[in-house]
Design a protein around this ligand. Sequence first.
Ligand code: FES
Length: 122
Amino acid sequence: MLQDAIIPRFAREYETMTKITYIEHGGAEHVVDADNGQTIMEAAVKNAVPGIDADCGGACACATCHVFVDAAWMDKVGQPESMEESMLDFASERKETSRLSCQIQVTDALDGLVVRLPEVQG
Ligand code: FES
């Protein structure tokens, strides 16, 4: 009975973990097990990834969670909505692959995602 209760719980927790790799401007890599439903920003903050300050707490109002999504992942991650698009104008070093990590939700489809941090957030 106890086994029936524990194994499904562990299985569920395992299934909801998604690996995200954050690469600092200097090249240091941080591989994080993120919970589905979190944002990429929340997973970084929870795991003390340097360079994701998230000053506004995820309200899409500061751009201190700016990341460059690896080009191979852009289709899966998708494009920013209009509010994020406006805030990205305040991000330095903006590129085609720029996103605010607080606006990207972790899902199974993003398992293996790689994002890089801008130099100013180093
Ligand atoms: S945490 Fe402020 S815009 Fe993402």
